[in-house]
Ligand binder design. Structure first.
Ligand SMILES: Cc1ncc(COP(=O)(O)O)c(C=O)c1O
Length: 369
């Protein structure tokens, strides 16, 4: 997990200004090698949605040249770093017909579906594309539930796979996402076992699947600690070994690779005592990198190296909107204008959802060693 010292943060601030999103190449590489160690043989497709900064993608490409994309723009972002379409999987279950055409023209061959209306869109391509059917596994142990909007249960999946086959389409695999920042590895085990059941049933129907995609969801440390990674990944690996010993298995991790590989450096740009409570205004907020507070339910550690008695305070972003409050109940020593703050684990689902609201530009991103 990257944690810059305040000396490093201040020196980077002097060089680049703030807000500044700082990624560590070493941390990203380390996370990828952990995945390779704990999930040996599992193909890693980085979920570009987590952070699509070209320099971040370049680092990831040094370890895996496979990417999970969801839109024409993501395809082009990945192509721009020299990756061809046949190293991408398109995992958005709902697509415009013209976006499928675009992806196919760029060489993408793998797509996800979870309903019969989506199948109609693949008719023109017949067996030229490979389909993965998305299953739903609702999960109360994750922070972001990804089975609300997409995915079908096993019985419906079997019907859909048969329908696709009858339409002359090629269903090659199953995929699922047990939810992002998932804290319960046994949810994967449950999903993997259920997928085995669907694989077996479809085989009896003459449909032979040959790929399992276990999605993303692997957690990183934010405010609360997470279980040791070996303990987390072991049940997943064991489930794969016992249920899918000879099937190609892939994953689409996003957060795990970039989430705790970045720190955001901020500056206090204003302060005010209102109703006897300190308000500190900083130069990035909910409309920027802290958009993850809204969309990703993120809680990020915010650090100062200031000393002194700590008291409750409010940390607000730079825009004119009252919603732009990062923390209503933070605890800090008294801060001054110009002070540097550091937010940890800011790499995933933060700058990718930053806007230009109020003319406040998204934080600059740099990658250091
Ligand atoms: C289809 C799909 N794949 C992969 C991911 C990446 O998940 P995570 O960042 O939790 O690893 C997501 C996240 O939204 C997703 O929707």
């Amino acid at each position: 997990m990257l944690q810059l010292s305040f000396d490093e943060a201040r020196s980077l601030k002097e060089q680049y200004g703030t807000p500044l999103m700082v990624f560590s190449r070493r941390e990203i590489m380390e996370k990828l090698s952990i995945l390779n160690e704990y999930l040996p043989g599992v193909g890693l497709y980085y979920a570009v949605k987590a952070n699509a900064h070209p320099e971040v993608l370049e680092v990831i490409k040094q370890c895996t040249d496979k990417f999970d994309v969801c839109s024409p723009h993501e395809i082009m972002t990945v192509k721009d770093i020299g990756v061809e379409g046949d190293n991408m999987i398109h995992t958005n279950p709902i697509k415009k017909p013209e976006d499928i055409r675009f992806a196919v023209d760029q060489g993408v061959k793998w797509f996800v579906f979870d309903n019969e209306y989506e199948l109609e869109k693949f008719k023109p391509y017949g067996k030229d594309v490979n389909l993965m059917l998305r299953l739903s596994f609702p999960n109360t142990d994750c922070v972001v539930n990804l089975s609300y909007k997409f995915g079908v249960y096993a019985d419906e999946a079997m019907e859909l796979a048969k329908k696709a086959t009858d339409m002359g389409l090629r269903v090659r695999g199953l995929c699922f996402h047990v939810g992002s920042q998932n804290l319960n590895p046994f949810k994967y085990k449950e999903a993997i076992a259920e997928c085995r059941r669907v694989f077996n049933h479809l085989l009896l129907e003459g449909i032979c699947l040959d790929l399992l995609d276990i999605g993303g969801g692997f957690p990183v440390e934010y405010v609360d600690s997470i279980m040791p990674l070996r303990n987390f990944f072991t049940p997943i690996r064991k489930a794969l070994d016992s249920y899918f010993p000879s099937t190609t298995v892939i994953a689409e991790p996003g957060r795990f690779i970039v989430g705790d590989a970045a720190n955001l450096i901020l500056t206090v740009v204003g302060k005010s005592k209102r109703n006897n409570v300190w308000w500190y205004y900083v130069d990035d907020g909910l409309y920027g990198s802290f958009s993850g507070r809204v969309y990703d339910h993120g809680k990020y550690l915010l650090l100062t190296d200031k000393e002194g008695p700590r008291e409750q305070c409010i940390i607000a972003g730079p825009t004119c909107d009252s919603i732009d409050v990062i923390y209503h109940t933070s605890v800090m020593p008294e801060l001054d204008i110009g002070d540097t703050l550091l937010a940890l684990s800011m790499g995933a689902y933060t700058s990718c959802s930053a806007s230009h609201f109020n003319g406040c530009l998204p934080a600059k991103t740099i990658v250091i060693d």
